[in-house]
Ligand binder design. Sequence first.
Ligand SMILES: [Zn+2]
Length: 129
Amino acid sequence: MIRRSLLRHCPRCGNHRAWFTNWFKQSDHCIGCGIKRTRDTNGHELGSITIASVVNITLIVIAMGVAIALTAPDVPVLTLYIVLASAALIFPILTWPMTHTVWMAIDLIVRPMSSGEAADAQAWLENQS
Ligand SMILES: [Zn+2]
């Protein structure tokens, strides 16, 4: 499930579109298996926001460390600041969908679908066809 989610696929069924209608917009259900994006949990998005924060801060810190290591002792502070500030704006856009699918994979591993949730997903799928 984690491998599927890292590719922005639904962790449950592997559908490549999962619940995304485009890079930034999500529908309520996966089009492949019908699982609800939020699994009827208040605050479900907090998990993906946490993953996004950890991943993006880690990427920025690694990039900063590599840049400093490569340019020391004459570190171009202004250039480094501009590049890393730009990266801090771009990285979250690039990683945003995967943070949602990875969080769903973790949630499904920790809290597998109940029979009621699976039945709701199947009913949603049947209503779509
Ligand atoms: Zn699915």
